[in-house]
Design a protein around this ligand. Structure first.
Ligand SMILES: Nc1ncnc2c1ncn2[C@@H]1O[C@H](COP(=O)(O)OP(=O)(O)OP(=O)(O)O)[C@@H](O)[C@H]1O
Ligand SMILES: [Mg+2]
Length: 499
């Protein structure tokens, strides 16, 4: 069978960094082809080359056996290639409908834009993903991250492309949304369409793909059919080493006074009468479906959302932070869920992004040179510990791969050395090896017994591997608190979906 897309000897470098070298790849019609690899392995770069967003330095692209050169994404799209980028691109202030058609408006016989037909078509397309038609009239920025992502996927599919590239589509989707996406992928596959699928969640790779290509440091190090692959083998190929699975390690629990004591806090309609305590030395996991209010509770504690009623005590004293700055001064840190919007200073360097929270503390007045040295030591420590793949700390953060950008934001809050650290999806988008490493770091934080972690994650295995206690939220209410021994995957899920 002639492959739908074939790459031959594709190479690409940025400055001195070889992102891809001599990559060969062949995607057959009707194949769900997974691309796996560590953060910075070159996956997104490869996808951008296939979709015409980047031009390779070397090598050839063939579509249906014909050599092509894409000058831009439009050229690739004309050849039947659609992509949903890892960092979604859209016009925030245009309506969802305008974004959906983005330049390819439907016109009537007389050449006028046919809004009515556009709305009909877009409605059909987004309804497939369970999205309500009224969303089409909203400005794009008002959508939740998950809804944005689903809209962009629906748009890619609407284009009737023969190859659809999905670069980590599920990292911001809930389980239910992921299920809908997978059903759609299966349907597309049965229609003979091909999918290039990137994810760090190996479970997903095994569920949805038929073929797997493994990249390491810009090179293809393996190509397997999914049926013959095993998880351990993939990890070994990706990282070139063996990685231990992360499992819960019983720790000595500290029983001191709570570092945080929350009593019936409410902010309608986001959360209602939430109460819990966190003691120093504890990791408390928060689980719940998207929209259950976990992140909103976290933001309220951090002074990023108001609290209508109820009380918060931190280190024994009642507090009510009106801004994140106050919370940071009190040694509370918050790693936000949405790094792109809340986390990254795009034009700044990797080093500055890592160090920005503690800049004041390094007190520039005393000794500039000493501070510079200190700064560098701290930056280098986190680059090493978090396995951040960089060519230099003075490069802009936007030159990093998606996963490595996330690690920088995580490193920033770890460097701030907080007493209470709230982490919202700390391992989203990071590769399997780094994830285990980050789990060790999180355990390390509480080890001495004077710091605490509030962990929000939609990955149940992660919650179970780390938490000493698990609080489960459902539709803004706290529905259960389980001890380590009471918690297993099924029990937690049942509470979370409200059964
Ligand atoms: N615009 C750019 N400028 C400089 N370097 C870049 C640029 N884009 C990518 N790189 C580098 O190319 C390499 C591959 O990055 P890429 O984004 O393809 O990785 P990835 O496999 O998608 O990783 P992740 O899992 O973190 O998304 C990285 O070392 C990255 O820093
Ligand atoms: Mg990527």
């Amino acid at each position: 069978m002639i492959p739908l897309v074939e790459l031959q000897g594709v190479s690409k470098s940025f400055g001195g960094v070889n992102a891809l070298s001599e990559v060969n790849l062949s995607v057959k019609p009707g194949e769900v082809h997974a691309i796996v690899g560590e953060n910075g392995a070159g996956k997104s770069t490869l996808m951008k080359i296939i979709s015409g967003a980047l031009v390779p330095d070397k090598g050839e692209i063939h579509i249906h056996g014909q050599k092509v050169v894409f000058a831009n994404p439009r050229a690739a799209s004309k050849m039947g290639i659609a992509i949903v980028y890892q960092e979604p691109t859209f016009f925030p202030y245009l309506s969802v409908l305008e974004n959906f058609f983005g330049g390819d408006e439907l016109t009537s016989k007389f050449g006028r834009i046919d809004w009515r037909r556009m709305k009909q078509e877009a409605t059909k397309a987004i309804e497939e993903f369970g999205l309500a038609p009224h969303l089409l009239d909203m400005p794009m920025y008002e959508l939740t991250t998950g809804d944005k992502q689903l809209t962009l996927i629906a748009k890619a599919i609407y284009q009737q492309a023969s190859l659809i590239i999905l670069d980590e589509p599920t990292s911001i989707l809930s389980q239910a949304e992921t299920d809908i996406l997978f059903n759609t992928i299966r349907r597309l596959q049965s229609m003979g369409k091909s999918i290039l699928y990137i994810s760090h969640r190996l479970r997903e790779i095994f569920t949805i793909s038929s073929q797997i290509t493994i990249l390491r440091d810009g090179q293809v190090v393996g190509n397997l059919t999914t049926a013959e692959a095993t998880e351990d083998q993939l990890i070994q190929l990706m990282s070139g080493r063996k990685v231990e699975h992360s499992i819960y390690q019983a720790r000595e629990l500290f029983s001191g006074e709570p570092i945080l004591e929350i009593n019936e806090i409410t902010l309608e309609p986001l959360f209602n009468k939430v109460s819990f305590r966190i003691r120093p030395g504890e990791i408390v996991g928060f689980y719940g479906l998207v929209g259950s209010g976990r992140s909103e509770v976290a933001r309220a504690l951090f002074g990023d959302l108001p609290i209508e009623s109820g009380t918060v005590k931190y280190k024994g004293k009642p507090v009510n932070y009106n801004s994140p700055k106050q919370a940071i001064n009190a040694k509370i840190a918050y790693l936000p869920e949405d790094r792109k919007q809340q986390g990254i200073f795009g034009i700044r360097s990797i080093g500055e992004n890592l160090i920005c929270v503690i800049m004041d503390r390094l007190s520039p007045k005393v000794n500039w040179l000493l501070n510079k040295t200190k700064e560098r030591t701290i930056i280098e420590q986190y680059v090493r510990e978090l396995r951040i793949k960089i060519a230099g700390i003075n490069l802009p953060i936007l030159s990093l791969s998606g996963g490595n950008q996330q690690k920088v934001v995580l490193g920033r809050w770890l460097a701030a050395d907080p007493d209470l650290i709230i982490m919202d999806e700390p391992t989203r988008g990071v590769d399997v090896g780094t994830k285990v490493q980050i789990h060790q770091i999180i355990r390390g934080i509480v080890e001495t017994g004077n710091k605490a972690v509030m962990l929000i994650s939609s990955e149940l295995p992660e919650i179970l591997a780390l938490s000493d206690r698990i609080i489960i939220m459902h539709e803004g209410r706290q529905v259960a608190e389980l001890s380590r021994d009471e918690a297993d995957e099924e029990t937690v899920l049942r509470w979370a979906i409200g059964l």
